[in-house]
Write a protein that binds this ligand. Structure first.
Ligand code: F6P
Length: 357
């Protein structure tokens, strides 16, 4: 078969490991030819690709990023986008396309498959771990480890200076990284987009702790957290290439507000793209490899419109359309049960209709 592969959305540790597994099994077991489309759907529309073979996969298992480039945006942004995708399938004699992407890319993949019948298989990717249908996405474990390592280091400096350190992590719509890194790192406060951010509650928790003689606190905040209306100034974010708010900075506001309200010195650390770059953890290398192998199996089974996924310890297939327009949010019981400081009941009561993992 002639099979295309693309990576879409933000990069993520483990992308190259997925590509490597697809190419190795595709070529060695099935004699497939694999084309890696450059810069996501742009490469499909422009028919720009590189040939991927086993020899070009050397050294990729542990390499972060994606060797075929990635980009946000989709063929639906162009009047002739879908026609160009169809033309690419015809002219390149593609028997199938593997789309490795997050919520946005998988939604686009699902829509193209539904509208055109083109043979597409999905692989869920994102450090945010917010894709419905899979228990875990690859890249998440690495991001959590990077953030946890940072928190471990920040404890000692926070304690030495009796400071609050606010650690801002990624997590646009769901606070999985904040929840896991916060729990693993023993944070005092964990703030996620799933719960409206009440700065008064945050300060109360920190002050309560200080009155007990603990003069340093770590507060972990997901970048997508949103303050309760009227409690703190809301950030005016610039927009990114696809018109979404370019998040980042909520931690700066929280640190300033903590210092203003409690008088306790506060600092801010934004982990930023460090949590998305570099080598994947061993867990993510294994998950990425399993996803890649499952994707090439799905292609050869003609499981079009399906996404490979992790369910418990098993790799399964789920319909791509199951992911469309949905976000897998954090199980708030997890935070309530494990968080070192109780989350105020009033805050939990405001939880939106969250989808459990
Ligand atoms: O991949 C998702 C994500 O990590 C979000 O948490 C974050 O908002 C976004 O990527 C930032 O990506 P970029 O800086 O590439 O726009």
């Amino acid at each position: 078969m002639r099979i295309g592969v693309l990576t879409g959305g933000g990069d993520c540790p483990g992308l190259n490991a997925v590509i490597r597994a697809i190419v190795r099994k595709g070529e060695s077991v099935h004699g497939d030819e694999i084309l890696g489309f450059i810069d996501s759907w742009d490469g499909v529309m422009a028919q720009t690709f590189i040939r991927l073979d086993i020899s070009s996969m050397r050294g990729l298992l542990h390499k972060g990023g994606t060797i075929i480039g990635t980009k946000r945006g989709s063929p639906f942004d162009h009047d002739d986008g879908i026609d160009r995708v169809r033309r690419c399938f015809d002219e390149q004699r593609l028997d199938g396309l593997v789309v490795i992407g997050g919520n946005g890319s998988l939604t686009v993949a699902s829509m193209i498959h539904e509208q055109t019948g083109l043979p597409i298989v999905g692989v869920p990717k994102t450090i945010d771990n917010d894709i419905v249908g899979t228990d875990v996405t690859f890249g998440f474990h690495t991001a959590v480890q990077v953030a946890t390592d940072a928190i471990d280091r920040l404890h000692t400096t926070a304690e030495s200076h009796n400071r609050v350190i606010v650690v801002e992590v990624m997590g646009r719509d769901a606070g999985w990284i904040a929840a896991y890194a916060g729990i693993a790192g023993g944070a005092t406060v964990i703030l996620v987009p799933e719960i409206p951010l009440d700065i008064a509650d945050v300060c109360e928790v920190i002050e309560r702790r200080h009155h007990r003689g603990r003069y340093a606190s770590i507060a972990v905040v997901a970048e997508g957290s949103v303050p309760v209306e009227g409690t703190m100034p809301r950030r005016d974010y610039a927009l990114d290439a696809i018109g979404r708010p370019r998040l980042g900075g909520i931690g700066v506001d929280i640190a300033a507000e903590i210092e203003r309200r409690t008088g306790i010195e506060a600092r801010i650390v934004q982990i930023g793209h460090v949590q998305r770059g570099g080598t994947p953890t061993a867990y993510d290398r294994v998950l990425s490899t399993r996803f890649g192998l499952a994707a090439i199996d799905a292609v050869h089974d003609g499981a079009w419109g399906q996404m490979v996924a992790l369910s418990g310890t098993e790799i399964v297939r789920v319909p791509l359309e199951q992911t469309v327009g949905r976000i897998k949010t954090v199980d708030l019981e997890l935070l309530r049960d494990v968080a070192p400081e109780p989350i105020p009941a009033a805050t939990l009561a405001q939880r939106p209709g969250a989808e459990k993992s």
